[in-house]
Ligand binder design. Sequence first.
Ligand code: ADP
Ligand code: MG
Length: 695
Amino acid sequence: MDSSTSVPGEAALAVSPKMQEKLARLGIHNAMDLVLHLPIRYEDETHVFPIDHAPQGRAVQIEGVITHNEVVLKPRRQLVCRIEDRSGSLCMRLLNFYGSQVKAYAVGKRVRLLGEIRHGFFGAEMVHPKCRIVQENEPLAAAMTPVYAVTAGLPQKTLAKLTHQVLNHLQQPGLLDETLPEKIIRQYRLPEFRSSILALHHPPPETPVDLLQSRMYPAWQRIKFDELLAQQLSMRLHYRQRRSRTAPQLGQKHKHALHDRFLGQLDFKLTAAQEKVAAEIGRDLASQHPMQRLLQGDVGSGKTIVAAIAALQAIENGYQTAMMAPTEILAEQHFQKLSLWFAPLGIQVAWLSGGQKKKDRQPVLAAIESGAAMLAVGTHALFQEQVGFYRLGLAIIDEQHRFGVHQRLALRMKGMQQESGLVPHQLMMSATPIPRTLSMSYFADLDVSIIDELPPGRSPVVTKLVADNRRREVVARILQACRQGKQVYWVCPLIEESETLQLQTAMETYETLCKIFADLNVGLVHGRLPAQEKAGMMTRFKQGEIQLLVATTVIEVGVDVPNASLMVIENAERMGLSQLHQLRGRVGRGTGASVCILLYQQPLSAIARKRLKIIFEHTDGFEIARQDLHLRGPGEFLGARQSGMPMLRFADLEQDGALLTAAQSVADEMLNVYPESAQRHIQRWLGGKTEYLRV
Ligand code: ADP
Ligand code: MG
């Protein structure tokens, strides 16, 4: 690459290979990375407070003379020094210290301490403050001291010095140049990029401490805006690229032939929300560009039928639909339901799963290849190499967040291999409601439809928290429910460390419950069961033959048995919020009142207590998701580490909603009017990282 096309800041840093390696551990590979390695906080050493009048509850700097120095042995070995100024005195306690420090902090030395003052048994004290020996009248820092994230062998000072050099001396041409068009800077009253970066690395003395720490300072706002904008730009660009391909145009020209017959045979009417999203999807399918739509709807909101309507539209136009689900149980259930729905319409549905025997599989593959089966339902086995579609027009992915990157990629490749060169439409479905800002941010490359209403006649599930030692009452309750003709799920604890252990626990629970409920029919499903047995068990439960179904978390997604109205979840304190919400969504599907009992083991950790409180107090999936996001942060919430999505480093989706909205509209304007600026902006922020997988 010659220098005229190289991107400012992408040049390697002129440092030793050893240093390069250390910097790489912090994700710093070039000058721009270093510039954007902004302080995580600041220390205020511009001030010295009198000991007795220093503010509480935050780090402060004090200065005094050491009047006492002693290594104390009880209650544990520590170095204790008393420091005095004109206003009073305090104790410095070092629990880990070197012999050299005992000598250095000798009586009579003058020191400056930076730390929070607390009040202990011996009065005011600072535990492990930053401590520096100073001369009388030593000048104070003129500005706030930045504190960077560091790594072993790379101390604050070295990193600060390197950053200073890059910013002030070795400045590469264009390193801090503006990427935003003048007009946008003026319109949104943004500070310049250059001055913002300089101010954050070396805050001017008059900078308000609070705004700097809380990241509300204008320079921070600019950086956060730029980061959000880069994300929006790259996602929108990605969206446009995919959108520029050609898809089969699945128009509604034979309008309503199959569609009407299908809806006519149902014993319920679509909700307004279902009608709305079905229409949005219908319009997309009729376009000549591939749909990339995410259908969100809380557990039980009726997404399957919307998917079926979309499939019919493809089929009416002579194109196949593939529907993929993350577990065999769920895929099997979709297969059964859709076969039932589509049989009267004369549409053959194929069923493909990983566990299928070769000889069962051959005819299925043949039906898919010849187009005899216009709908294929299955697990990710659907997108393996041996499956050749006749004419794939639409791919539906249920519970899309449960699929890994590889599986989604396989699906995408399958779509690209069509002989016609046409790219199939994609409909992704998710029952994990995604809070608005998160969706605007991380799903900016998708169109989103939301089902925001449940079918009528559902009664909310009553949630009860019951400590483990009150199991007996739970047993009594189950007996009572079953005698009234109701059905019950008993969900075994999730044991993440070991699948074998989880299986064992499920078996034991099953045996115990069989003994306790000797006159009930008890069943067991778990992930290791052969697909056929799993399906058989679910069918027997659905038909009411089995009254109590012991299950591992395999039933978490999608399983739909309306007569089941009581659920017991063991060790609920170990499960995540979305998992609990999904599990609980298995009941409350019929018209009778439903109950979900969360058994928990004491003592509860603080986080488990919070989770249980949230699930107990809320039934609205969006609210639960919002609180979950708050507890865990976006990375954990989205499982993004798996999907390879770059996470936001500076912007906070809860705090910076307004910036996100601005970034969203600026992104579209830039792509339309200032494409070169957009490119440079993406390069600065994402560099080579724009090639991440988003499938
Ligand atoms: P989810 O959105 O969780 O995938 P499902 O598609 O499994 O929900 O639907 C849950 C249940 O609600 C199913 O039994 C389905 O037949 C039923 N259902 C869907 N739409 C309606 C409706 N408009 N009125 C009544 N019941 C409905
Ligand atoms: Mg579903």
